[in-house]
Design a protein. Structure first.
Length: 660
C-alpha cells in the first residue's frame, strides 16, 4: 500500500491463502444475510419461494422494507396502490379509457379538468403517450397518496422526485405520465409507467420493491419536505385508531408480536404504548375479536386482519351512501339502506332505478351502483371492474342478479373428452366422442379453455392447438369461475334506459308494460321506488286503455293479445320513418323468416330495446341487436330473421365476411 488510505480488502480469515477459504467465508456472509432478511430469526427454516424478488429493485425494496419500528412510526405515511395491466387484447382499449378517466373534469383544486404531465413537461398528450406504448406487453399504474398531501400546494415536484428515485433504484430510465387529483379528502397522484426499460425490453419490477421500496422512498421525500412527525402528532393518530372499526397500525403491531397460538401481551415498551395497546384490546373485545386469557395475555383470532378489513370496507360503503343521500337532500332510515351481497345463500335478483354510479377503488377500477329498488330500500351494489358493465344514466331501470359460479356442463364435457383421449382435448376428439356435436359447438369449448388459460392458467395449450387437461380440471374450472366473479360479481341488465316518468305515455314496449302482463311481476313495496312504480303502472294502464290495447271492467284490466309486439312495431315504424328522413333512403321492415344481408352501421337505442341498423344497397332495415355485432361495425353481415331475433351465420359472401 502506498498510503494509509490505499488498501484492498480480501475476504477470509487473517493470513488465509487461496480462494477456497475466501469462498467459504463469503458463503457464510451470504447465508447470514439471507437468514436476517428471509428467516425472521427462525433457525433452520428456509423462506418459501414466491417470486417477490424477481425483477428490478428487489434488494432495494428488501432493505427499505426492513426499517425499524421507531423509524416507521416517525415517518410520514404514504399510501401507494399499484397494479400491473396487460395491454394485449382488450387491455389497450382499457388503457385509453383509463387515460380519459384520470383526465376527467372536476379533479383539480378549482374543479377543472385534470392534465397529464411528465418528467419535464407540465402538459403531456395522453394519446401520444399511448401511441408509443402500442405493442407493449404491459404497463404499471400507481396511485400515490401522502397522508399529509393537503399540505402540498402542488404534487408535481414530489412526483418527479419520486420517479427520479425509482429510476435510480431500478437502474433504468422510465417513460411515465401522471396527473394530480384533489377531488377527495386525500390529494393523490395517478402515475402511469410504460412496461419498457431504456433498452426497449420488458420492464420487470420486483414485487418487494412495489410493495415496500416505492412506499418508503415516497415517505422519505415527504419527510424531507414536511419534516418527521412530532410526538404529539404520533400520539394523536394512535389515540384516534383505538376506536376504529377497521385494521389499524396498532393491530398490525400486535399481530407481528403474536406467537403461534395467536397470543399477544398487553405489555409494551412504554406507558403510552401500553395504554394504546390495552385500549385497542378492550375495543376488540367489545367487537368479539379478542379474548383475555390472563392478567396481560390476550388471544386474537387467526382471521383478525381479514375481519377488520371487511369491517373497514363496510364502513366505507356506509359513508359513500350517506354522501350520496346528503347530495340529494334525503336521509332514508337505516332500515331502508342495504348492501347487496351476491354471494349470500339467499341472494335474490334486484330491480330498481340507478341513483348513482361511482368508483370504489381507483387502483383496481372497481365500481359501484346505488340502486333504489322495488322493495323500497336503497342498495349499494359492487359491480366489479367498470369495463364489464355498460354506463347507466341516473334514473335508468336495471335488474341485478348474482353471477353463477358453478362448474358448467362444458367443463364436464371437456373432462369427459380428455378422459377418453389420454388427457388431451381437441375439436376433432370432441367430434369423435360426440358425433351429434357440431364443429361450432366444439369451438365454444376451446374458447372457454382459452379464457381459463389467460385468467387463471387453468389449462395448457400446445403449439398444435391440443389442450392438456389436468385430472383436477373441474376444480380448476371452479377456481376460474370464482376468479371471474371477483371482477364481475353481478350481472346488470338494462330494463329501461329512460327514467320511470318518461315511460307512461310513450309509444313503445316499456318495462311497465312487461311488468303488467308478466306472470310473476316484481313485488312493489309502497315506499320509495316501489311506490313510484305503482303509481306509474296505474297511469300506464289508463294510457293503454285509451289506446285500445287494454280493457278495464269491474276493476279488472285485460290486455290485448300481442300487445307487447304491437307496441314494439309502432315504435319500429316511427323510428324507421325518422331515420329514413335523416339517411335519405327508404326503410324496409324485415318479416320473420326473411334474409338479413347488408352492412351493419351501428346500434339504435329505443324504448323497446336496442336495434341494429343494417344498410342494404338501396334501403335499410332495423332488426334486434346482439352484443356480438358491435365488433363488426361497418362490415357485411348475414342472417335470418327468426321470431324475436336474428340467427347470424359465419362465412364469406360476395360482400365480405359475415358474423354469427
Amino acid at each position: 500500500m502506498s498510503s494509509d488510505d490505499d488498501f484492498e480488502p480480501r475476504l477470509g480469515r487473517m493470513r488465509a491463502k487461496g480462494n477456497k477459504k475466501a469462498r467459504k467465508y463469503l458463503s457464510r456472509v451470504l447465508a447470514a444475510a439471507n437468514l436476517a432478511h428471509g428467516g425472521a430469526g427462525v433457525a433452520g427454516r428456509r423462506s418459501r419461494f414466491d417470486g417477490s424478488r424477481i425483477g428490478r429493485g428487489s434488494g432495494v425494496g428488501r432493505v427499505l422494507g426492513s426499517r425499524n419500528r421507531y423509524a416507521a412510526f416517525r415517518a410520514r405515511r404514504v399510501i401507494i396502490k399499484a397494479s400491473t395491466i396487460k395491454l394485449v387484447g382488450k387491455g389497450f382499449g382499457a388503457a385509453r379509457a383509463h387515460i380519459r378517466y384520470v383526465e376527467r373534469d372536476g379533479t383539480t383544486r378549482d374543479g377543472a379538468r385534470g392534465q397529464l404531465y411528465g418528467a419535464e413537461a407540465d402538459r403531456v398528450d395522453g394519446k401520444a403517450f399511448l401511441e408509443k406504448a402500442e405493442g407493449d406487453r404491459h404497463q404499471f399504474r400507481f396511485i400515490v397518496s401522502p397522508e399529509d398531501g393537503a399540505e402540498y400546494d402542488d404534487l408535481k415536484g414530489l412526483t418527479r422526485r419520486l420517479m427520479t428515485r425509482m429510476e435510480e433504484d431500478l437502474g433504468t430510465k422510465l417513460d411515465w405520465v401522471a396527473v394530480d387529483h384533489f377531488n377527495t379528502g386525500h390529494p393523490h397522484t395517478h402515475i402511469i409507467v410504460r412496461g419498457k426499460d431504456d433498452r426497449g425490453k420488458d420492464l420487470i419490477v420486483a414485487h418487494e420493491y412495489i410493495t415496500h421500496g416505492m412506499r418508503e422512498r415516497a415517505a422519505e421525500l415527504v419527510d424531507l419536505d414536511l419534516g418527521p412527525r412530532t410526538n404529539d402528532a404520533i400520539q394523536a393518530r394512535l389515540y384516534g385508531e383505538v376506536e376504529h372499526e377497521r385494521l389499524t397500525s396498532i393491530d398490525r403491531a400486535m399481530l407481528r408480536d403474536a406467537d403461534a397460538g395467536e397470543l399477544v401481551s398487553s405489555a409494551a415498551g412504554s406507558a403510552f404504548e401500553q395504554t394504546i395497546r390495552m385500549g385497542r384490546l378492550r375495543k376488540l373485545e367489545r367487537l368479539g375479536l379478542a379474548e383475555q386469557m390472563g392478567a396481560s395475555t390476550w388471544r386474537l383470532p387467526a382471521d383478525l386482519a381479514d375481519t377488520l378489513k371487511r369491517m373497514g370496507e363496510r364502513g366505507d360503503v356506509i359513508r359513500t351512501m350517506q354522501r350520496a343521500f346528503a347530495a340529494r337532500g334525503t336521509t332514508p332510515a337505516l332500515a331502508d339502506q342495504a348492501i347487496y351481497e351476491p354471494a349470500a345463500p339467499d341472494a335474490r335478483p334486484l330491480v330498481g332505478r340507478v341513483l348513482e354510479r361511482g368508483l370504489s377503488d381507483e387502483a383496481s377500477d372497481r365500481h359501484y351502483l346505488l340502486v333504489e329498488a322495488t322493495d323500497g330500500r336503497t342498495h349499494y351494489v359492487d359491480i366489479g371492474k367498470g369495463e364489464n358493465v355498460e354506463p347507466h344514466a341516473t334514473g335508468a331501470i336495471v335488474r341485478i342478479e348474482p353471477v353463477a359460479t358453478a362448474v358448467r356442463e362444458a367443463d364436464r364435457t371437456v373432462a369427459g373428452v380428455a378422459a377418453a383421449n389420454g388427457g388431451r382435448y381437441t375439436i376433432d376428439a370432441h367430434l369423435r366422442h360426440d358425433p351429434s356435436a357440431t364443429e361450432a359447438f366444439a369451438e365454444t369449448h376451446a374458447r372457454r379453455l382459452e379464457a381459463m388459460r389467460r385468467l387463471t392458467r387453468g389449462a395448457t395449450r400446445e403449439a398444435d392447438g391440443t389442450w392438456i387437461i389436468a385430472p383436477d380440471h373441474l376444480d380448476r374450472a371452479a377456481a376460474y369461475e370464482a376468479a371471474r366473479a371477483k371482477d364481475r360479481p353481478v350481472a346488470v341488465e338494462t330494463l329501461s334506459s329512460q327514467p320511470l316518468e318518461r315511460l307512461i305515455g310513450v309509444e313503445g314496449a316499456t318495462w311497465l308494460d312487461r311488468e303488467l302482463v308478466a306472470d310473476g311481476p316484481a313485488a312493489l313495496r309502497d315506499a320509495g321506488f316501489g311506490h313510484d312504480a305503482r303509481e306509474a303502472q296505474t297511469r300506464r294502464r289508463q294510457w293503454l286503455v285509451a289506446q285500445g290495447l287494454a280493457e278495464e271492467a269491474n276493476g279488472i284490466t285485460t290486455y290485448q293479445v300481442g300487445m307487447i309486439a304491437a307496441l314494439q312495431r309502432r315504435e319500429l315504424l316511427r323510428i324507421g320513418v325518422q331515420l329514413s328522413g335523416e339517411m335519405g333512403m327508404p326503410f324496409a321492415e324485415t318479416e320473420p323468416g326473411a334474409n338479413v344481408t347488408g352492412i351493419y352501421r351501428g346500434p339504435v337505442d329505443t324504448i323497446s330495446g336496442r336495434l341494429a341498423l343494417v344498410e342494404k344497397s338501396r334501403e335499410f332495415t332495423l332488426v334486434p341487436w346482439r352484443p356480438i355485432l358491435d365488433r363488426h361495425v361497418g362490415k357485411s353481415v348475414s342472417g335470418i330473421m327468426r321470431g324475436d331475433g336474428v340467427s347470424w351465420s359465419f362465412g364469406r359472401g360476395r360482400a365480405g365476411p359475415s358474423i354469427s
